[in-house]
Design a protein. Structure first.
Length: 275
């Protein structure tokens, strides 16, 4: 990133200019956030192995650790904002779980572009005249942009105390999985650590995601496996160790059960696919 203040504001044209070798079409795994708005044009984007068509009004939010790649964005225009983890404090659950790509209608896009323009102007002023720089102001303007651009939350459907309890339990489980999925592969381990029983975690996870606690955990491990296979040259055995499997055989069995193919075959197929 190289930004002095923890945030950098550019646009698709600047991305193309600084990437003459078109590295953007190769898998990238940034350790910072990438937030983009498509003001005009069409293109495509891949985030964590899901493809998205980009058009006027598309919003893209890549979180640190996600694997993504751009393609066909030569005609796209609009702002891109790069910012470091921690630069936008106090993320709510709605912000933290927003999709990688969604669409804004014309009115919301217009307002979001105004917010991005204000952020860009303050960033430019900070770069040109450091005495005017205010990281706090930049952070607040970025928060305003994100809040303006977030997808509309569905209307509440009569929340119940039971539903609130499920949400609380699932959020605790999701946070624990994110922290420990490389060394805890059994739901019972999380249940003990969090003070719940397995059935409680399963009910809460199913209420929040439509799937059980074990499936949720397995999908998180599988996602990280795909990220490692796509973005690193680690051998299959190295991926297995990174993810806490005893050996490559156990990892291959797990991966084949979840993805329907072996890790090596998946890596080959992904590598031969060019967006």
């Amino acid at each position: 990133m190289g930004a002095t203040y923890g945030v950098e504001v550019l646009d698709f044209a600047a991305l193309r200019a600084m990437d003459a070798e078109r590295r953007r079409i190769q898998p990238q795994r940034p350790d910072f956030h990438v937030f983009a708005l498509v003001a005009s044009g069409r293109g495509s984007h891949e985030a964590d192995f899901h493809g998205y068509r980009l058009q006027e009004g598309s919003a893209v939010w890549i979180r640190p650790g996600m694997v993504h790649r751009w393609s066909g964005i030569d005609g796209c225009d609009g702002p891109l904002v790069l910012f470091r983890p921690g630069f936008l404090p106090g993320l709510t659950a709605a912000e933290a779980t927003a999709p990688a790509c969604w669409h804004l209608d014309r009115q919301r896009l217009s307002l979001a572009l105004l917010a991005a323009g204000h952020l860009g102007s303050e960033h430019d002023a900070a770069v040109r005249t450091p005495r005017l720089a205010s990281p706090a102001l930049l952070s607040h303007l970025l928060a305003a942009l994100i809040l303006r651009a977030l997808p509309e939350a569905p209307a509440p459907s009569g929340a119940t105390p039971s539903g609130d309890r499920h949400t609380e339990v699932f959020r605790a489980y999701r946070a624990a999985v994110e922290e420990h999925f490389t060394d805890r592969h059994q739901v019972a381990d999380y249940a003990r650590a969090l003070g719940y029983d397995v059935r409680t975690l399963t009910r809460a996870t199913r209420a929040a995601t439509g799937t059980g606690a074990k499936a949720f955990l397995d999908q998180r491990v599988l996602l990280e496996a795909k990220r490692l296979l796509a973005h690193t040259d680690l051998p299959v055995g190295g991926c297995a160790r990174r993810l806490g499997f005893r050996d490559a055989g156990n990892f291959t069995t797990f991966f084949r059960r979840q993805a329907g193919t072996s890790p090596a075959a998946w890596r080959t197929a992904y590598g031969t696919h060019r967006p």
